[in-house]
Design a protein around this ligand. Sequence first.
Ligand code: C2E
Ligand code: MG
Ligand code: MG
Length: 462
Amino acid sequence: LLGDANVQAIVVTLRDVTARRELEAQLERRAFHDELTGLANRTLFADRVTHALERQARNPAFQVAVMFIDVDDFKAVNDGLGHASGDLLLQQVALRLRASLRPSDSVARFGGDEFAILLEDVSVEEAQETADRILEVLKLPVAIGEARFGVAVSIGLAFADPESTVEELLRDADIAMYGAKANGKGCAIVFDAKLRESAARRLSMKIELGGALDSKQFRLVYQPIHDLSDRSIRGFEALLRWDHPVRGTVPPLDFIPVAEETGDIVAIGRWVLETACRQAVIWNEQHLSPLTMSVNVSAVQFHHPRFIDDLRAVLERSGLDGNLLTLELTESVLLEQERVTELLGTIRSLGVGIAIDDFGTGYSSLSYLQQFPVTAVKIDRSFVSEVSGATNNGLVRSVIAIAESLNLTTVAEGIETTYQLEALEGLKCGLAQGFYLSRPVNAHEIDAILAANSSLAAAPTR
Ligand code: C2E
Ligand code: MG
Ligand code: MG
């Protein structure tokens, strides 16, 4: 304003925009990053995949792969230890994922317990090695408050071909991840076209499960549980089968996760409990020595507010002595400390036994065995299958020793060979089941087995 007679000076106006710039940067971070872990979010990730696919289109030797990672049984941690602990766990997972990758790879969190990784310029072998490394690294125990446990994840891996779009690639990795869950979790699976079919199946399964109970499509098979001291039959495990009108018999690991998602497992599980208890009463009426019944209970069913009432009602209606019933729970059920202790106490007060199923595969912690009123430990098949001439069976031996010191019954699952049977007898394992002893069969076949073994049925019980 030099020309302004009143001013005759140069006027400079400054405005501090730091706050605005910071806010903009923050907003941008939020738009492209996940707040909890600081990782990229879905939007930024998709953008990076787009660029990677463009590079692959120019240079087909530049192989692009996407990995979907989902924490197994995260809900159990989150509900059990609280959301703050769940958040801590996710942050730990994020750190470990970041640390197990090359600087050029991108990691993102898609929300919940879902992570994604973009691998650029990798070979199929390298990508698979990365997946294996992630599985291993996450297994190392993390400390969350008082609890320490390894994190199991399911990984889906998909490779881009020159025609892939971002959406297709992400969807394929997601489908492969579901494949890994269906494969028993804790593993990595590479996408192929067969998996796409199974994803479509999953969806129709969801719809059909709703009507399956009313249409009487479920059936129980029973696998004898033998006493290893004299090989007599001590009881049975009830295992669910779905006789689908078109698909044929669907194995439980295919549909139970779906039924847990839809909530149908609550009604199905109630039916299983009732049917198994009634069957146990029939067999016990026919036989001298008591025969137990073991029933698998899913976490969703166990945590349902009506579970204890259902259990009481079933025992009453069927007339089964609670001492002859055992509920099989997996380790993930036990994470929720306070409420679970109370629930298990109530169950024990009905005489009903509690077995930890698939012991050694979940968030295993030996402290659970001490902390909760558990009555039996079922040693997972994967440990039993390792029992061979070549190894010293140290793991199975220690589990049996610990269980014994806590006065718990040990049940070996999945005995398939004479060698395994004899080795477990030698290790003083209490009970055993497996294809070598008997496959799970329909109730009338058990009638026949019991009739043929009537001398064994009268054998003394320990
Ligand atoms: P689980 O409770 O650990 O049951 C043992 C599984 O191992 C059964 O598979 C059984 O058929 C199989 N098995 C037994 N002996 C052998 C053997 O020697 N070798 C091999 N390879 N396998 C053997 P199945 O019936 O397919 O059941 C799988 C899982 O599905 C069960 O594992 C259990 O977790 C779940 N499940 C089954 N029925 C029910 C149910 O009524 N409710 C719930 N919530 N889960 C169920
Ligand atoms: Mg079981
Ligand atoms: Mg098991």
